[in-house]
Design a protein around this ligand. Structure first.
Ligand code: DAT
Ligand code: MG
Length: 140
């Protein structure tokens, strides 16, 4: 198995409800290590750029507004198969479909306010990590 890095975002619904620590604990309990972390408030340009792949979707405008609404915590998680491992810890995009014990099942408000982001593949993980962090900010 390969050691990978993935980009995580603790989203505005979760920072607003003071769930940051509980969410990070889920990553650490499952063997993922936080190797970079910062709390930031996304600009419109940052939010639009991050979710550019979804720009034709009907929910894009609302998604961008939501991501700018409160601070987020962006992190790089490192561990064995970190990309898939994090997706499993997160659960399905829509919390109504998420498995028991996942972050989204336990904390998400709805399909938009779903508490966390995680990269979905090695290529997107590399792009998303570089979107928020320079190499010297990541300490493994
Ligand atoms: P994921 O975050 O699980 O990778 P995605 O990449 O398909 O899901 O979508 C990105 C985000 O867009 C998702 O976390 C919340 C929002 N979103 C997706 N589908 C939506 C929908 N049907 N209605 C509202 N927001 C949606
Ligand atoms: Mg996605």
């Amino acid at each position: 198995m390969a050691i990978e890095r993935t980009l995580s975002i603790i989203k505005p619904d979760a920072t607003r409800r003071n769930l940051t620590g509980q969410i990070i604990a889920r990553f650490e309990e499952k063997g993922l290590r936080v190797v970079a972390s910062k709390r930031i408030k996304l600009s419109q340009a940052q939010a639009e750029g991050f979710y550019a792949v979804h720009k034709e979707r009907s929910f894009f405008g609302e998604l961008v507004e939501y991501m700018m609404s409160e601070p987020v915590v962006v992190q790089v998680l490192e561990g064995e198969n970190a990309i898939l491992a994090n997706r499993e810890i997160m659960g399905a995009t829509n919390p109504a479909n998420a498995d028991e014990g996942t972050i989204r099942k336990d904390f998400a408000v709805d399909v938009q306010e779903n508490s966390v982001h995680g990269s979905d593949a090695p290529e997107t993980a590399a792009e998303e990590i570089a979107y928020f962090f320079s190499a010297c900010e990541i300490v493994g």
